[in-house]
Write a protein that binds this ligand. Structure first.
Ligand code: SF4
Length: 300
């Protein structure tokens, strides 16, 4: 009798499929993925995949990026309703209003937005390159959306007018300094490393702030042995792989994105077996969103 991993391996061969998973996915999903990464790494990877099918284990806006960058591929998502509450906080109509109010500003959309919002923006950024995009974009005034915490974190170090949107990731916004201190009291020797979607009082006090991939690289290279990790708990899977002799602790309560966890082993199997649910992005939206994504990918 085949187990889950064997069944997925067989299905991948039979269907000529490539599985991509975000760091916040369940461990069982990350174990069978062909590539694991954060949003920037995943966007870059999508353009190099030779397979007929891409199965995107993440939330819907991420699967949309795969379809935009690889339109000739069949892009599937194992759970169609895996959404992102942060992405829901920006809609194209509000962006058009903001553009009218600030006609001299460039719109920088965080990758955690839907395709229509990307299409209405000038350039995309991820948590790994947001500061660089704000600095390099050709404007003295920018509107940064939708994550106010990420925008506020970079606003401190750029010499530009940065107008912040009023959105936030409910998972990272709940990482308060109290939730870290409860753990730090028991482990005073642990370094505090956090994601820039955390609130400003957390990013100001942390020992290191970085995107998910930057946090993973940090723990791998750091001489320290113990870390309190202020981001979604799934990231610990990769950290334990790259630094198996180090200790990783999570804030209390544990940050957990229930939308990311909607992708389960049984949904992944059904998705591959039946080739459901296919992600579609209307062509005109895809073309405009692609321009904004490529503006980011080509940034020198
Ligand atoms: S962790 Fe936050 S930003 Fe990431 S998918 Fe979940 S709700 Fe969206």
């Amino acid at each position: 009798m085949e187990d889950f991993k064997e069944r997925i391996q067989r299905l991948k061969r039979e269907k000529d499929a490539f599985i991509i998973a975000h760091y916040y996915q369940r461990r069982e999903i990350q174990e069978v993925a062909d590539f694991i990464g954060d949003s920037l790494e995943l966007s870059r990877k999508c353009t190099e995949i030779p397979n007929r099918i891409i199965v995107f284990c993440g939330v819907y806006f991420m699967a949309e990026i795969a379809k935009i960058l690889a339109p000739e591929k069949k892009v599937l998502i194992p759970y169609r309703n895996a959404g992102c509450l942060l992405a829901d906080m920006a809609i194209p109509e509000e962006i058009e209003k903001a553009k009218k109010k600030h006609p001299d500003a460039k719109i920088i959309a965080y990758v955690n937005t839907y395709a229509e919002v990307k299409a209405a923006s000038d350039i995309i950024c991820t948590s790994a390159n947001a500061g660089e995009v704000i600095r390099k974009v050709d404007a003295d005034k920018v509107i940064f959306l939708p994550d106010k915490n990420l925008g506020a974190y970079h606003k401190r170090s750029v010499n530009k007018e940065v107008i912040l949107w009023n959105g936030y990731c409910p998972v990272h916004n709940r990482i308060t300094w109290d939730s870290i201190e409860r753990v730090k009291k028991r482990h005073p020797d642990a370094l505090v490393i956090v994601h820039p979607e955390c609130p400003p009082d957390v990013t100001e006090r942390a020992d290191f702030v970085g995107s998910t991939s930057q946090l993973v690289n940090f723990v791998e290279k750091s001489p320290h042995k113990k870390f309190i990790v202020g981001t979604e708990e799934g990231t610990l899977f990769k950290m334990q792989k790259v630094a198996p002799n180090k200790e990783f602790l999570l804030p209390d309560p544990v940050p957990l994105c229930d939308q990311m966890k909607m992708i389960t082993p049984s949904r992944l199997i059904t998705c591959l077996e039946e080739e459901i649910y296919e992600v579609q992005v209307p062509q005109d939206v895809a073309e405009r969103a692609k321009r904004a994504i490529e503006a980011m990918l080509s940034l020198k």
